[in-house]
Write a protein that binds this ligand. Structure first.
Ligand code: B12
Ligand code: SF4
Length: 505
């Protein structure tokens, strides 16, 4: 496997998601994909001159250019980060890389959900890492390739054995407290200004600084709603997994000093998940950082649950941590819909209470709403529209995203639509049936069988078709109606100088 010149050439790509801009997240391509930088860092630190690594983010590099990079760089191993919506582009890249004689490996959420099916159906994919902390398995794979060790020892790896049988090695849980690779930004130094400038064009008006250099960081994962999880939440693992707070501040300090990073987006699934971690960050914050925060030279952004913000004096603590923007899944203005979305005791009142507190703390909000929860009606959509119109007077929104519900794998509504015989997030089929009936919906068995036949044991899904099936069978509204409502409310949001975008579909 060793190359003659230099080391083993490894190309890591975040699959592009080349969809109509109106279906893009309002934060799309404003931050580097930190997962692949983390993987590259770990490999470079360990294998040094034995590897030559290149990173390409499909958020800022179009598909055609990615193909040219493959032709020029001639990777021996191409690693692609795939999400369900970006999988189709990942496949195109994978097949192109294979034609260029590269081994191909997939990682990230979509790969984690379907390792065996992907290898069965896509002969041009060689490996899959089915672990959401991917550094150690990726290191073990490269070690096995370079040093000709057996693949059977590589943790969480799906591969074909010598006889062509598909194998999936058992996964391990990696604790960030033990090791959390600090991404080496020199690997993407040349493109950092691209993200910063794009970010500034979109959100510059919300900052006092003359420029923004933005990065995502990830020193804690998980969500306090993890055991129940929201109906559309497709995150692989929601258990709380936190890293060392002292090392976190060291990273912030070095990124700020070396690369001028002044906006840090901690992408923890919900920053209100661990009060202990928040306190440990406050207690370990170095004085020089707290001064920079006070002066507005360093800012943070996080995701959080509205209910969590109402507890434990969290808003005050977040303010002291320099958090200037919070992404909240507000989801609906109708409490019944919030229940249907499994928001676990969140109501439209608790959402408004959280917005008030954030307003007082001068923290802006990126709010997301979804039209099309189980049992959604025209009336409940109207409540949400009214709620959005009311909410914009309550707090400063950086963006409001109103999205269609997209049934992604590994979430409760996927159970409802596809895996109803063996659900992951409901006790059994009967529990699904009662949840559906509570929203005045009945699913005929032949429809369910049809949906199961269409979507189970597949790896590639047509988003628009899935949404159509969801709306038709699980809500009281049709897809076109929803799309028109979104168009209208988006116009209203934009006319108030607030960005719009899409969170899920
Ligand atoms: C931050 C975030 C964003 C940011 C991304 C900013 C950026 N450029 O990174 C924004 C808001 C822009 C965004 C956009 C989108 N996102 Co998003 N996002 C997240 C979030 C909250 C964290 C991701 C993250 O950075 N984690 C931290 C890093 C360190 O971990 P990681 O990326 O998972 O990478 C590790 C492993 O997965 C693995 N790995 C990753 N890639 C590879 C590749 C190889 C070869 C290997 C071996 C391993 C490997 O190793 C990495 C290091 O440990 C996740 C939720 C979650 N917990 O995963 C949702 C999530 C990934 N997003 C999701 C979706 C759907 C999207 C969008 C499609 C939404 C939209 N309609 O636009 C877009 C697509 C973006 C894209 N990549 O093209 C879904 C994906 C679900 C699925 N079934 O695939 C998630 C799970 C949220 C959800 N809805 O449940 N997202
Ligand atoms: S609050 Fe967010 S991270 Fe937590 S379960 Fe809901 S969607 Fe998932």
């Amino acid at each position: 496997m060793k190359s003659l010149l230099g080391g083993m050439r490894i190309l890591l790509i975040n699959s592009p998601n080349e969809v109509d801009v109106t279906h893009q997240n309002s934060n799309f391509s404003l931050f580097p994909h930190i997962g692949i930088v983390q993987l590259a860092t770990r490999i470079k630190e360990t294998f040094k001159s034995e590897v030559v690594i290149k990173i390409v983010d499909g958020g800022i590099v179009p598909l055609a250019t990615i193909k040219s990079i493959i032709s020029d760089f001639k990777p021996e191993l191409t690693g692609i980060s795939i999400l369900t919506p970006s999988y189709i582009f990942g496949l195109e890249i994978a097949s192109f890389a294979k034609k260029n004689k590269s081994l191909v490996i997939f990682g990230d959420d979509h790969a984690i959900f379907f390792p065996k099916i992907i290898l069965e159906k896509r002969l041009y994919v060689d490996f899959i890492v089915a672990n959401d902390v991917g550094e150690q398995p990726f290191f073990e794979l490269i070690d096995a390739l370079i040093n000709k060790k057996p693949l059977s020892n590589v943790c969480s790896l799906a591969y074909r054995d010598e006889e062509g049988f598909i194998k999936l090695n058992p996964p391990k849980k990696y604790l960030l407290s033990q090791i959390n690779t600090i991404p080496d930004l020199s690997l993407i130094e040349d493109v950092l200004p691209i993200y910063g400038n794009k970010y500034y064009q979109t959100y510059g008006h919300l900052h006092n600084q003359k420029y923004v250099r933005a990065i995502t960081v990830n020193n804690i994962r998980g969500c306090e709603n993890g055991r129940y999880r929201c109906s559309y939440c497709s995150i692989a693992d929601l258990a709380i997994n936190s890293g060392n707070p002292v090392k976190f501040w060291e990273m912030v300090h070095s990124y700020h000093e070396m690369y001028g990073i002044n906006l840090f987006f901690e992408v923890c699934d919900s920053f209100t998940a661990s009060s202990r971690y928040v306190i440990s960050l406050l207690e370990s914050m170095p004085i020089n950082i707290s001064k920079k925060i006070e002066n507005g030279e360093i800012e943070f952004m996080v995701y959080a649950r509205a209910l969590g913000l109402l507890k434990k004096n969290n808003v005050d603590k977040f303010k002291r941590l320099g958090i200037k923007r919070i992404n909240i899944g507000l989801d609906s203005g109708d409490s019944k819909m919030l229940e249907a979305q499994r928001k676990n005791k969140t109501s439209n009142e608790t959402n408004l209470d959280a917005l008030h507190l954030l307003n007082q703390a001068d923290i802006t909000v990126h709010g997301s709403f979804i039209f099309g929860a189980l049992g959604e009606t025209e009336e409940s959509i109207q409540y949400t529209i009214d709620h959005i119109k009311h909410s914009i007077n309550e707090v400063k929104f950086s963006s409001i995203e109103v999205s269609r519900l997209y049934p992604l794998p590994n979430c409760p509504i996927w159970d409802m639509m596809v895996e109803f015989r063996k659900p992951q997030f409901y006790k059994n089929t009967d529990e699904i049936i009662s949840a559906i009936q509570a929203m005045n919906i009945t699913i005929k068995q032949d429809i369910w069988d049809e949906l199961e036949y269409k979507y189970s044991n597949q790896d590639l899904f047509v988003a628009e078709e899935m949404m159509l099936d969801w709306y038709k069978n699980f809500t009281h509204v049709d897809k076109t109606y929803v799309e028109n409502c979104i168009k209208q409310i988006d116009e209203f949001i934009s006319s108030n100088n607030i960005n719009t975008g899409n969170n899920v579909g």
